[in-house]
Design a protein around this ligand. Sequence first.
Ligand SMILES: C[S@@+](CC[C@H](N)C(=O)[O-])C[C@H]1O[C@@H](n2cnc3c(N)ncnc32)[C@H](O)[C@@H]1O
Ligand SMILES: Nc1nc2[nH]cc(C(=O)O)c2c(=O)[nH]1
Ligand code: SF4
Ligand SMILES: [Mg+2]
Length: 245
Amino acid sequence: MGGVPAVSIAISEIFGPTIQGEGALIGVPTVFVRTGGCDFRCSWCDTLYAVEPRFKADWQPMAASAILAEVNRLSGGAPLLVTLSGGNPALQPLDALLALGHQQGHTFAMETQGSKAQPWFRMLDHLTLSPKPPSSGMAFNRERFEACLAAAGADTQVSLKLVIADEADYRWARALADDYPQLPLYLQPCNPAPATPEQPERETDTQELNARLRWLVDKVTGDRWYRARVLPQLHVLIWNNERGV
Ligand SMILES: C[S@@+](CC[C@H](N)C(=O)[O-])C[C@H]1O[C@@H](n2cnc3c(N)ncnc32)[C@H](O)[C@@H]1O
Ligand SMILES: Nc1nc2[nH]cc(C(=O)O)c2c(=O)[nH]1
Ligand code: SF4
Ligand SMILES: [Mg+2]
């Protein structure tokens, strides 16, 4: 009696509908499901409240059915694109969420740094792999990244989204992208002043952000790197560093 207890997923926040502000699906209406916990700690991370273990008490263990109930409440009951982010959502058991969500008509995209592969990656409709450049302070592990690509298989649309803070990041991005010519490639300038747990109300420097965007466009066009697509974080242009949008 009682059956198998539902597996729980650590949830930092569920919000939307808003628009996807980054990468291949920019502009698409979506609800975000943000998991808690990350195996990285990037120097410029804009979501440390979903990363640092000191915030563990804020992350709620939720069953797939409860997460989807909240997604459906926010979406008004209509199926839509659900974006899984974090923290690193690849650390969570998300297969039941994907199976049940698909049954309900939702589609799923996920953002991850490519440090951990899961067999359920092939259940995703879109997978954004965002390996970290030198400025993040994190090391790139090619074997793990390629395990993520293999786990996604042929039916999941995979794209590469690289954050660029400086010249060294740009050079790293060029070399990395050359090794994966089949992947759609998105470059996004690093937010120079993301909000932090200590300064949740911090505003970014929009002039500096715009200068970084212009610099990146100049680099890409100057190098005739016509495969790269340069995009801002649209949500930062619209709402600055506000959380939950
Ligand atoms: C917060 S992360 C969560 C998902 C996963 N941990 C990852 O890094 O891909 C989502 C996206 O935001 C990007 N990001 C984080 N901080 C940023 C910043 N200061 N400027 C630009 N992009 C940033 C990450 O590189 C990643 O592509
Ligand atoms: N609108 C919006 N787009 C996003 N794209 C990636 C986000 C993230 O934090 O993972 C994000 C986010 O937090 N908001
Ligand atoms: S991998 Fe993603 S969530 Fe984790 S610290 Fe880096 S940017 Fe933040
Ligand atoms: Mg974000």
